[in-house]
Design a protein around this ligand. Structure first.
Ligand code: ZN
Length: 311
């Protein structure tokens, strides 16, 4: 079975208008994130159309636990978002599973970014240049020199980054990103550019928890430059213990695929087409998401680029 999903949008202060104008998302003047696949209580996907119209994906999976496949039986351990950073996101870190489960009652967060589009001089922050002690890290936050100590990496459309839990990071302004992450909503902010929210207040920082959670060693930057790659064949963008992400460009008819051990999430990032199984056919536009139950044969017709993810 293939379910079309409704997304949930978030209007964080750094968001822009591209998700509304180019990706068909519904929201006000500022639209920072669209949660494309989520069973997280902070914003749950619902099913659009068909027999289960309006049901949350979480309720559907509770009713049909085998629909996720045996790799994550009865659960969707990932969360997939589109992110439009009109402005810089805060410099932040996410805890690992042990810390998050102990102190937050949530999962840790390892995430991956696929740069769907970006401005010419866009960049991200990824990890430290040099090893810092906890006290040096604390001092750099206090005396406003943290940005001198981090790696600033220029990005291009098509780049892929894996950001493991504990890696200090920030999405820079001008990036439009597909983020595939563990299902978690725990973020420790350490620097927010002295910004104010709509009420004129600074957003909360979480410095002690960030100091506990962050790796202070320099990390190798696992970037892949994929802009010129040929995606006529499905190509793996990134794989880790939590998810594997592929990109494929379809012109005409795509290959028939089936995964017996995992559900598949399909996100249309460019163009339009139809997502097809034996029992379903859905028109698919740029920015739309589909949940394919484990064991379902699916393929796409049309002219489009997709990202698809399995666990
Ligand atoms: Zn993050």
């Amino acid at each position: 079975m293939i379910l079309k999903l409704n997304s949930v949008t978030k209007d964080y202060i750094w968001g822009g208008t591209r998700l509304r104008d180019e990706f068909g998302k519904i929201g006000g003047t500022r639209l920072a994130e669209s949660w494309e696949l989520s069973v997280h209580p902070d914003g749950m996907s619902t099913i659009s159309g068909g027999e289960y119209d309006g049901m949350t994906l979480a309720a559907f999976i509770e009713k049909f636990p085998e629909s996720t496949g045996k790799n994550s039986l009865g659960s969707v351990p990932i969360l997939i978002k589109l992110i439009d950073a009109k402005d810089n996101l805060s410099v932040q870190v996410h805890p690992d599973n042990d810390y998050a489960r102990k102190y937050e009652g949530d999962n840790g967060k390892t995430e991956t970014w696929y740069i769907v589009d970006c401005d010419e001089n866009a960049s991200i922050i990824y990890g430290f240049k040099d090893k810092l002690t906890k006290e040096e890290f604390r001092a750099a936050i206090a005396d406003n020199t943290l940005l001198d100590k981090v790696n600033v990496i220029p990005v291009n459309k098509g780049d892929v980054f894996l950001i493991r839990a504990g890696t200090l990071h920030a999405i820079g302004k001008g990036c439009l990103i597909a983020e595939i992450q563990q299902s978690s909503n725990v973020t420790y902010r350490v620097y927010d550019y002295d910004r104010r929210d709509d009420a004129g207040n600074p957003r909360e920082l979480h410095i002690e928890k960030a100091l506990d959670s962050a790796y202070r060693n320099p990390t190798e930057i696992p970037v892949k430059q994929r802009d010129n790659a040929d995606f006529q064949q499905a190509s793996e963008l990134v794989s880790c213990e939590y998810f594997t992400v592929f990109r494929e460009d379809i012109s005409g008819s795509g290959e028939i695929r089936r995964n017996d051990n995992s559900f598949t999430h399909i996100l249309i990032i460019e163009g339009r087409g139809e997502v097809i199984s034996d029992s379903d056919i859905h028109a698919a536009e740029k920015g739309e998401s589909f949940f394919v139950t484990a064991g379902t044969e699916w393929h796409i017709k049309g002219n489009c680029s997709i990202i698809y993810t399995v666990v």
